[in-house]
Write a protein that binds this ligand. Structure first.
Ligand code: 5GP
Ligand code: ZN
Length: 115
């Protein structure tokens, strides 16, 4: 599925819901989490609607790899020097609330609100 009209993150990709963007290219959007757990908390998403890691196949290897490579670049650009943490919640038992695959990346000096 390329976009789900009921998906919050697809609406952010389409510009129908505003976001504080950290990065954008043809396939990937990174934006600041609306309820940050750490001084820097961004979400990296494929622009294509992929529900979760449970729905990933070989065709997603490229974009997922690029998201992983992008995250440290964005942390550096956002001034994170002391390390960062990456989390992908998958499905109900994995604590996933927004059903569009996203890579949380947290950084900045501790203490953090969560994580
Ligand atoms: P999950 O629990 O699904 O892994 O994380 C979803 C994340 O999306 C949460 O950290 C939540 O704060 C964030 N989020 C939910 N809705 C919005 C939104 O409309 N804009 C932004 N920037 N973040 C959102
Ligand atoms: Zn979506």
């Amino acid at each position: 599925m390329s976009a789900d009209p009921n998906c919050i993150f697809c609406k952010i990709v389409a510009g129908q819901i505003p976001s504080n963007k950290a990065y954008e290219d043809d396939e990937i959007l990174a934006f600041h989490d609306i309820n940050p757990w750490a001084p820097v908390h961004i979400l990296l998403i494929p622009k294509l609607h992929v529900v979760s890691m449970a729905d990933v196949g070989p065709e997603h290897a490229g974009v997922l790899g690029r998201m992983m490579v992008l995250a440290p670049q964005l942390m550096r650009a956002l001034g994170v020097t002391g390390g960062f943490r990456q989390v992908i919640n998958t499905g109900a038992d994995g604590g996933q609330e927004v059903m569009h695959l996203h890579l949380h990346t947290f950084g900045g000096p501790r203490p953090w609100k969560r994580g």
